[in-house]
Design a protein around this ligand. Structure first.
Ligand code: HEM
Ligand SMILES: [Ca+2]
Length: 751
């Protein structure tokens, strides 16, 4: 039986091990369940938690402080609402690789009041378990209070009391569905996508978990070894298990890596903790000085030659901010996702109304863009954003997600989909000349999201999961007709396992951006990734833009395995005058521990795969190269300690796919819910005005990534129709762009 079916069933029932994420509505409070816990004790914990949370973020936690926050701005000094006495911590300067990492974990102002509340709830949870001093009993007590609300905290953290009046069996024919069910277009922030649990999949909600959290103290501290000792440092694991050797390429195009990152950013944004004035805490050095409580720096082992040679003894790392579970309840640390969990092109449109307003031009349904060359009026780039990178006077680009400028390949993806939106809006304006800006924007957005969903499931996912897994996880798209699989009880939220391990395909990051001539595909050159961090400025050049696009389509993708590009293994986000930067896999490993993921073997069990009892066992199973098992055995004390990210990355791939079975299971489970748990899924057959017409769905099915690239990159002439695969001499030979079908937009003409 497939794991996702089991987990769906338990979502409908109660009293099982999935209870920690079971209900979004709470009636039980700590005082009802534990009348013997005194009011005084709780009030004291609430107050000290409040003080700490106000000091940490520099913002007062008043009952109404949820309201005046700006959603689209990053936290910074000028946005302080009220000066409080805050502790000063050392911070990272701009010429430090950790600046890039802090930017990647950008923190929006809207997140602050939520994380503050989460900090208070965590402090209460921790305080209650600690004051009970029951070593063995504490875990049971922690389990018992998890999911309970705190009446003394309710004015600040409100608790939804009742279920909405929809029946789960027939939600759209219930007598009193919420008004938003009748909206034609999905909201920007994902609210009311699910009409029974209005906040499911919304921005600023917590990740789901496949297995309950694993923290050393049960509440928040990072996991320890099965032997009870500390785990090996994430950097030492990275050095022992992974290397910089050039691995074999695969028969996919490099575009997969850039599109993969773009898709990851649609579904996921974990903010890392910042100081009260929005700076990045410095976690290494200056012993004696207070360091930020969310610091979790990575130890550098003595045998790390390259780091030691450059005087590094510690790698910067800051924890992901906690989020509030539905109903403001007690329990272990959960992490917040600032983006909508749905595949809804939030990278383009933003995850809240303010972000959407910032990218819209409010004319003709268009998104803001800049045309830098009057002589080539079709060359449009994203509008400028001075705050998202440090360009020494150069202006970088604005998208719906703040990571747009991390590397030029990603900036390209943002630009191409922005252009696609504007192209759709222009065509729609000729088909329906009476449509206003709002209608044109929403209709173009609806088509773009549908095309994106279609491309992800028809072209992207099969490359990674292979045919069999696509089928067994129910991910294969319908060739015709409409989809009847919408499941209101499927929680569409992204899992931490997916965000922090299964979908971090970082071993596939290519070391260079390949540049090719768009007219004839000949090689023009390469640009090393290590020289490109937060440096998208080459894309101001029309010819460079096209060469970069042609390069992604022509170059080969790197295999997911133990080999990493040195550009991310030793030089991630390196900034002049640094000579080394951060270590991507080390950060991924540390992030997994930060989020409380269970070790690798636990997920093997969940996915009903064979579970090794020892390293010898693991070797015999033949599920990864024997030589890699030896490296794991050197890095870890016990096979039970192996981090999910590490074990998952080095597994042999599933038949026909490009990831191992454990990541395949985590990815498959996620995309199963991203489809069946999305009311606005493009294939859905629902009795709602938001649903596309059958004829429109049929048109969306003609969409291809190749056609989107052809329509939005100047000078592309011949490309392979299956653009995520490399061109071959068989059925994926290059064809003229003009031969690829586009949507027939007349189906969108108002009757
Ligand atoms: C040049 C390419 C890429 C770079 C430089 C990059 C870099 C990063 C960095 C620095 C993080 C944050 C790490 C942390 O603090 O925990 C991250 C997160 C992530 N990356 Fe990548 N990545 C790239 C490509 C990809 C690809 C190809 C995929 C998947 C197909 C991917 C999936 C993810 C996911 C799912 C996250 C989690 C995001 C979050 O929690 O907010 N990345 N990446
Ligand atoms: Ca999204």
């Amino acid at each position: 039986e497939c794991p996702y079916f089991a987990s769906l069933r338990v979502e409908r029932s109660t009293g099982n091990r999935w209870r920690f994420q079971q209900s979004d509505f709470t009636s039980d409070s700590i005082s009802d369940r534990f009348p013997n816990i005194s009011d005084d004790e709780i009030i004291q914990l609430v107050n000290s938690g409040r003080d700490r949370a106000e000091n940490l973020f520099g913002v007062s936690l008043g009952a109404r402080s949820l309201l005046p926050f700006s959603s689209s701005d990053e936290v910074s000094k000028r946005n302080f609402k009220r000066p409080l006495n805050v502790t000063e911590y050392p911070v990272i300067g701009r010429n430090d690789s950790a600046w890039g990492l802090g930017k990647y974990g950008f923190l929006l102002e809207k997140t602050v009041p939520i994380s503050q509340r989460a900090v208070v709830l965590l402090d209460i949870t921790k305080g209650l378990t600690e004051s009970r001093h029951l070593n063995r009993g504490t875990r049971q007590f922690l389990d018992d209070i998890t999911g309970l609300s705190v009446p003394q905290f309710r004015t600040i953290c409100p608790v939804p009391k009742e279920r909405p009046a929809v029946s789960l069996d027939d939600p759209f024919n219930s007598p009193n569905p919420p008004d938003c069910v009748h909206n034609k277009y999905q909201g920007i922030n994902g609210h009311c996508n699910n009409v029974a649990w209005l906040n499911r999949g919304k921005d600023s909600t917590i990740y789901r978990r496949l297995l309950e959290a694993n923290y050393a103290d049960g509440v928040a501290d990072v996991r320890v070894s099965a032997t009870g000792q500390k785990l090996p440092s994430a950097r030492s694991v990275s050095l022992e298990v992974f290397d910089n050797l050039e691995g074999p390429g695969v028969d996919l195009s490099a575009l997969n890596a850039h599109f993969g990152q773009f898709l990851a950013h649609d579904m996921i944004s974990s903010p890392s903790s910042k100081t009260a004035d929005g700076q990045i805490p410095k976690c290494c050095g200056d012993s004696g000085k207070a360091i930020h409580p969310d610091c979790l720096p990575i130890e550098i082992p003595p045998n790390d030659q390259i780091s030691r040679q450059h005087g590094r003894t510690c790698m910067e790392f800051v924890r992901t901010l906690p989020g509030v579970r539905p109903g403001c309840t007690l329990g272990p640390r959960e992490q917040i996702n600032q983006n909508t969990h749905f595949i809804d092109a939030s990278t383009i449109y933003g995850s809240n109304d303010q972000e959407a307003s910032a990218v819209r031009s409010f004319e003709g349904g268009q998104l803001k863009n800049i045309r830098p060359f009057p002589q080539s009026p079709h060359f449009s780039i994203l509008t400028g954003d001075a705050s998202s990178c440090s360009g020494n006077g150069l202006v970088c680009f604005k998208g719906g997600d703040k990571r747009t400028n991390v590397q030029p390949g990603l900036t390209m993806m943002h630009t191409i989909w922005m252009r696609q939106h504007n192209r759709l809006a222009s065509i729609l304006s000729t088909v329906n000349s009476h449509w206003n800006d709002e209608t044109l924007f929403q209709e173009a957005r609806r088509i773009l999201i549908a095309q994106l969903q279609h491309i992800v499931y028809s072209e992207f996912l099969p490359n990674f999961l292979g045919k069999d897994m696509m089928n067994s996880f129910g991910l294969t798209l319908l060739p015709r007709g409409l989809f009847h699989g919408y499941n209101i009880s499927a929680n569409p939220a992204v899992t931490s396992e997916f965000a922090v391990a299964g979908f971090r395909l970082h071993s596939t990051i290519p070391p260079v951006l390949a540049l090719r001539n768009p007219a004839d595909n000949s090689r023009v050159g390469v640009k090393p990734l290590r020289e490109s961090w937060f440096h998208p400025f080459d894309l101001y050049s029309a010819s460079y833009f096209s060469e970069c696009a042609a390069g992604m389509i022509g170059a080969v993708y790197d295999k997911q395995d133990q080999h990493y590009a040195d550009d991310v293994r030793n030089h991630l986000f390196q900034r002049f005058p640094e000579v080394i930067g951060l270590d991507m896999p080390a950060i991924d490993i540390q992030r997994g521990r930060d989020h409380g993921l269970q070790p690798y073997v636990k997920y093997r069990a969940l996915c009903q795969l064979r579970v090794p009892k020892s390293f010898r066992d693991l070797k015999k199973m033949n599920i990864m190269p024997a030589e890699v098992v030896d490296r794991l055995a050197t890095a870890y004390r016990s096979v039970e300690d192996v981090d999910l990210y590490v074990g998952g990355t080095v597994e042999n791939h599933v038949a026909g796919g490009r990831v191992g079975p454990t990541f395949g299971c985590i990815i498959g489970e996620q995309f199963y819910r991203s489809r069946t748990g999305d009311r606005f899924w493009y294939e859905n057959d629902l009795p709602l005005i938001s649903a596309l017409l059958q004829a429109q769905v049929d048109e969306i099915r003609k969409s291809s990534f190749a056609q989107v690239m052809c329509s939005n990159v100047d000078g592309l002439q011949n490309i392979q129709p299956k653009i995520l695969l490399v061109a071959d001499s068989g059925d994926n030979q290059q064809v003229p762009c003009s031969s690829l079908p586009d949507i027939d937009f007349s189906i969108w003409r108002d009757a």
